[in-house]
Design a protein around this ligand. Structure first.
Ligand SMILES: [Fe+2]
Length: 400
């Protein structure tokens, strides 16, 4: 899994965890609400919004009935909390020798301590709950000998909070929807990306295999150089890795090196495979493989510098190479790298006229011609590679 995807998964997991933690917090909050019980010492005429539950119980009418004082009371219970309340009950100390003669919306019961508790009457079709900011009305007619005021009201109720009472709930819902949308897009994108990666890898394989096949054509002209292009490409890539080329640049220089000797297709076999010393004319013909290679590759514009690899890999750092006699950094970097890789493979391979050089001799030659034939910086990297185990798996790696 790449780093970007890993980071995305960590962020998604953290957001999901926070959302669930938020819902859990809400659930705990809802279940931890405590019953409300409020004492009120006198009759008030208006709601007091600073108190969670408030009851008003004014006398709205009074008359004499068969020697008794009859008082009509119209009460209201206000819910000033942010949540529904259920099971509300108002407990009142009625004046002595008084009795409720008639009532509406409520049921009432007389308690052993002389108080009377009024509750919602469900049979009269009223809601059992009072919504936040709402109220519920009730009333009764009290018969008494004297006109007396009520004292000590007690209001009890049970809060019944709903999850939708909390703004956090809506924030969490929005977050959850955003999360689901982002996660869906990510999954779809990741699926597409995977398909794209598979296709890209297949295309890359086609390119690499085509290049290798073509380089085999080149090397097939001379049995002593069989596999030469593959090996030079392998060494070139290893050197470029040490120069911190990125992945695309590494692929490019690998392809460039695979085709560096493509111009040899033009060289007659009898010259290319001549076992003895070449004449000056024959040598001049051999040298044309550089410019001819560049001509063959002139339309290969998708790989930058591919012509440079073919044309300039026989230039020398001191300016005595061919075909253009370029000097030092005038020689394109790809050609300077391929030049060292090419020479190393030539020294490390058997030829019809000599066996492969031992490693010590190769190191000696590289040092001897550093700054003359070769770029000293590239030689330095090549020597580091030779001292390590960089080429230990060449056989298996070039056939991948
Ligand atoms: Fe060459």
């Amino acid at each position: 899994m790449d780093q970007k995807r890993k980071t995305l998964y960590i962020i998604y997991s953290a957001v999901l965890f926070l959302i669930f933690a938020g819902f859990l917090f809400l659930a705990i909050l809802i279940n931890s609400s405590k019953p409300i019980s409020i004492e009120q010492n006198n009759v008030i005429e208006e709601n007091n919004p600073d108190v969670d539950l408030c009851v008003t119980l004014p006398s709205t009418k009074n008359w004499m009935d068969d020697g008794n004082h009859a008082n009509q009371y119209d009460g209201t219970v206000y819910n000033n909390t942010n949540h529904n309340v259920v099971d509300w009950a108002v407990t009142i100390k009625l004046p002595e020798h008084s009795r409720i003669n008639d009532s509406w919306n409520i049921i009432y019961e007389n308690n052993a301590d002389g108080t009377t508790t009024i509750r919602n009457n469900p049979e009269q079709g009223f809601n059992d709950f009072i919504a936040p900011g709402e109220d519920i009305t009730f009333g009764f007619i009290l018969f008494s000998y004297e006109n007396e005021e009520f004292t000590s009201f007690k209001i009890d109720a049970t809060p019944d909070p709903r999850i939708t009472d909390y703004p956090l709930f809506y924030i969490l819902c929005v977050l959850f929807v955003v999360f689901i949308s982002c996660a869906s897009v990510s999954v779809a994108f990741s699926f597409k990306e995977k398909q794209f990666d598979i296709k890209r890898e297949r295309d890359r394989q086609i390119i690499v295999q085509s290049m290798k096949t073509f380089s085999n054509f080149i090397d097939a002209k001379d049995e002593y150089t069989r596999g030469h292009s593959l090996r030079v490409a392998y060494y070139t890539r290893k050197i470029a890795q040490k120069l911190d080329f990125d992945e695309d640049a590494l692929d490019n220089i690998y392809y460039i090196a695979l085709l560096h000797d493509v111009g040899k297709i033009y060289i007659p076999d009898e010259i290319l495979m001549k076992p003895g010393k070449l004449t000056d004319d024959e040598m001049n013909i051999i040298k044309t493989h550089t410019t001819k290679g560049a001509t063959i590759l002139k339309d290969f514009s998708s790989i930058p510098f591919i012509m440079d690899g073919a044309e300039y890999h026989h230039e020398r750092f001191d300016g005595t190479g061919y075909p253009s006699g370029l000097k030092g950094e005038e020689i394109p970097l790809v050609a300077r790298i391929i030049g060292v890789a090419d020479a190393y493979d030539a020294m490390n391979s058997n030829r019809c006229y000599r066996p492969a050089f031992p490693k010590e001799k190769i190191i000696e030659e590289l040092k001897k011609y550093s700054g003359l034939q070769f770029d000293p910086d590239i030689v330095k990297i090549m020597l580091e590679l030779l001292q390590g185990e960089a080429f230990a798996n060449i056989e298996s790696e070039i056939n991948e």
